[in-house]
Write a protein that binds this ligand. Sequence first.
Ligand SMILES: Cc1cc2nc3c(=O)[nH]c(=O)nc-3n(C[C@H](O)[C@H](O)[C@H](O)COP(=O)(O)OP(=O)(O)OC[C@H]3O[C@@H](n4cnc5c(N)ncnc54)[C@H](O)[C@@H]3O)c2cc1C
Length: 399
Amino acid sequence: MPVVDVAVIGAGAAGMLCAAVAGQRGMRVVLLDHAEKLAEKIRISGGGRCNFTNRVVTAEHFISANPHFCKSALAGFTPQDFIAMVDRHGIAWHEKHKGQLFCDQSSELIIEMLRAECDDAGVRWMMPCTVNEIVSTQDVGAQGFLLSTDQGQVQCRNLVIATGGLAIPQLGATDFGLKIARQFGLKVIEPRPALVPLTFNGEEWQPLVDLAGLAIPSVVSTGAGRRAPAFLEDVLFTHKGLSGPGILQISSYWQPGEPICLDLAPDLDMEALLLEAKSGGRQQLGTLLASLWPKRLSEQWLGELAASRIADLPDRTLRELAARIKGWAVNPNGTLGYKKAEVMRGGVDTRGLDQRTMQAKAVPGLHFIGEVVDVTGWLGGYNFQWAWSSAAACGRGLV
Ligand SMILES: Cc1cc2nc3c(=O)[nH]c(=O)nc-3n(C[C@H](O)[C@H](O)[C@H](O)COP(=O)(O)OP(=O)(O)OC[C@H]3O[C@@H](n4cnc5c(N)ncnc54)[C@H](O)[C@@H]3O)c2cc1C
């Protein structure tokens, strides 16, 4: 039976980095994963190019019931630290929209980098391997855990749970980490799909179905009165509702039953524009709107009003139209769920974890890192940065 200093369950983004950091410190580390193929989420991330971090990462880019928790780990292992590792491995990268960093070639290179870091650190792989049971050996003496797996037992002093969130179950996502947290008495913040397209009542959405495939820049926010940021990003109309980066971002803040609000002409003072256009002679409303939006959208939006001459319309009608364009409130009836979500929000309640080491305060030796923890990043490389930062904090803090 292998007896090790550290067993890491989950060889994804966080698990591999944590295993490598601990191994490089001279610890005996075993890394277990039930998957046949290594790190599928890294492979498919960023459209196959892995948006591995962001130039600017602060606590404001994360959602958590305990918003300050992530700060210490993010400060201890920064985007620059990960970039330095990527550079050391000769992986070419580039910056895109809003500080997002991607591989020039393929996300496979990030997987290979992490695999090599683990191999250099002498990490022992057990993969594919199913963990059937975990028991604490604390009651029979020193801090430790006994893992029963389909490849026999593993005894470890430290156990790191890095099994990720519930998104994309078709790639092997499980609630293993949440179950282990509950088994050891840790609280779990209710998990929900996040960075996910929003759906609408079929009948209500029917008039907009023809807009599927159309994308426009919008400012997207949740209902008034809640402290959530507004995102200026593209919004994509789909057959079932709305998607695109703006919607994915706001989905992480959306609460069922609430509307979301879209400003469909973010750079324009629509009211002033429409009222001024009244003096423009014979111009039709449809013509004006089609100069700002794709024609399909302006036609759908205006209906019969499209053929009206702006000069003939009362100010009140124009003001109402402007208000609806600048503050289109819609009521999602749900999301496309974990099958289409990029991440899970919620997870292991951070109030039960030490922010410097990710160790469970009440269970010496037990650690949680990465997406299984209730720290959820915005779209844009933030979820990987949390995986790296929490993994490094844990790997460095293991004793
Ligand atoms: C389509 C898609 C695209 C994404 N793109 C990006 C992006 O470009 N940038 C970004 O920052 N984030 C992106 N993300 C999110 C990012 O992939 C995750 O937040 C990140 O991988 C989380 O790291 P992790 O190590 O916690 O979990 P994971 O990387 O998911 O690793 C968890 C590991 O645990 C294993 N596991 C699960 N259950 C068990 C079990 N019971 N027993 C043993 N092993 C188990 C899994 O096989 C897996 O290898 C994307 C997600 C998706 C779905």
